[in-house]
Design a protein around this ligand. Structure first.
Ligand SMILES: Cc1cc2nc3c(=O)[nH]c(=O)nc-3n(C[C@H](O)[C@H](O)[C@H](O)COP(=O)(O)OP(=O)(O)OC[C@H]3O[C@@H](n4cnc5c(N)ncnc54)[C@H](O)[C@@H]3O)c2cc1C
Length: 383
């Protein structure tokens, strides 16, 4: 049984405080932002409704280069050099130009958090309910900060408009089971008998399998196909994990708030890969915030620059959304023929190279060096 670590009842004391930066959401995007603020000297508060690493939000598959770039290899569970795609009429096996790995969510989040200086970083479990200007309302009280980040996932809780609601929003749905068992291959099923528009997957993770189905159409329920895929693979239907997954970019800044990860629609359409993009845009957001803390730009400049940075990625996101919409319209036999036809190493290297470049691990090293300098001039950092 999973252990609940989140504080309950009397442990949940009232929360009423100020900080320089409030990061709402302690998963991939939120922790990447915190990482960039580590040496800024800012007083940072991170809140999440669960303890850090308590509630896994995905199958935890990522290009291995990202684990290396962030020095997170300790969380790595299994590595794959090939992608196996099954369709009703063909199985193809692509040798990837870079490897993909599964990792342990709790370990990865713990590593990111433990590297932050405890003198400046605090974590509180609280459910974020909304915001009025620079005041964020939680179920434990109000928190005030001049720099506020929504890294809360697809709900975009701190957005100015009404919360984005399924099934009408541009969201996919995904559900997986986590049976124990060995596996050697990273496998994907594009098969209408499981899901009319979407795909199934099996990601082995060092003694556990993450078997799931994702539907690009939010009205299509995925519980039955997920269970059927698990049954077809002779795997137990246990330890369910599911969520909505955005498949379109949303503005990364709005009404003075920064959004990163799923809250900004940073998950890639077609593949529903949203971890490395949450890390990537989280790093970018954190760097802009750090420059505010250091007095090198104003909050308004940071909002403008980060918003423009996110929007500058619209093209690959648009393209992938087009392909996501196209694939379900291709007849299964034609799809099988197409997948076989592109099985040329040069084409695979080229296409997967471009795919990685949308959020490349080199971005981690591109960081300007953090400085501990602080400037009261911004009025944001207290002396
Ligand atoms: C079944 C499934 C499998 C997936 N597999 C993969 C995969 O293998 N690889 C990949 O790259 N992507 C995968 N994804 C997509 C990926 O999970 C997301 O894109 C990614 O988690 C986004 O990171 P994030 O930090 O923006 O948000 P999240 O990881 O969703 O984190 C949001 C955080 O906010 C907290 N939170 C939410 N609401 C509140 C609130 N009101 N108050 C306080 N805290 C709150 C949550 O507890 C959570 O910690 C998968 C998605 C699903 C549904």
């Amino acid at each position: 049984m999973p252990q609940r670590a989140t504080k309950r009842g009397a442990e949940r004391t009232p929360l009423d405080r100020d900080c320089d930066v409030l990061i709402c959401g302690a998963s991939f995007a939120g922790l990447a932002i915190a990482r960039e603020l580590a040496a800024s000297g800012a007083d940072v508060l991170v809140v999440d409704r669960y303890e850090i690493g308590e509630r896994q939000t995905s199958a935890c598959g990522i290009p291995t280069g990202w684990l290396d770039a962030l020095d997170l290899r300790e969380s790595l569970q299994q590595t794959f050099g090939e992608l196996v795609i099954h369709t009703p009429h063909a199985t193809v096996r692509y040798k990837l130009p870079w490897t993909f790995s599964t990792f342990d969510y709790r370990t990865l989040c713990g590593l990111l958090w433990d590297r932050l200086p405890p003198t400046h970083f605090e974590f509180e479990t609280a459910k974020v309910d909304g915001r009025t200007g620079e005041v964020v309302h939680t179920d434990r009280g109000d928190i005030r900060a001049p720099l506020i980040v929504d890294a809360l996932g697809w709900r975009r809780v701190l957005g100015a408009a009404d919360n984005i609601q399924p099934p009408d929003a541009l969201l996919s749905r995904g559900l997986e089971v986590h049976p124990f068992g060995p596996g050697q291959e990273m496998e994907v099923w594009i098969d209408r008998s499981y899901v009319p528009a979407g795909y199934g997957w099996s990601f082995p993770a060092g003694g556990e399998l993450r078997i799931g189905v994702g539907s690009f159409d939010p009205r299509f329920h995925v519980r039955e196909p997920t269970e059927r895929l698990a049954r077809d693979l002779d795997a137990d239907r246990v330890r369910y994990q599911g969520n909505w997954i955005p498949h379109a970019l949303r503005p990364a800044v709005e009404d003075g708030v920064f959004f990163a990860g799923d809250s900004a629609g940073h998950c890639l359409p077609l593949t529903a890969e949203g971890i490395r993009t949450a890390l990537y845009f989280g790093l970018a957001c954190g760097r802009e915030l750090r420059m505010v803390i250091e007095g090198r730009q104003t909050r308004e400049q940071a909002l403008e620059r980060y918003g423009a940075f996110s929007a500058s990625h619209a093209r690959p996101f648009r393209w992938m959304l087009r392909v996501q919409r196209l694939i379900p319209r291709i007849a299964p036999r034609a799809l099988a023929a197409g997948l076989r036809a592109i099985d040329r190493q040069r084409f695979i290297d080229w296409s997967f190279g471009h795919y990685l470049a949308v959020a490349h691990p080199d971005f981690v090293r591109a960081a300007p060096r953090a400085t501990a300098s602080r400037a009261a001039a911004t009025g944001i950092v207290r002396a």
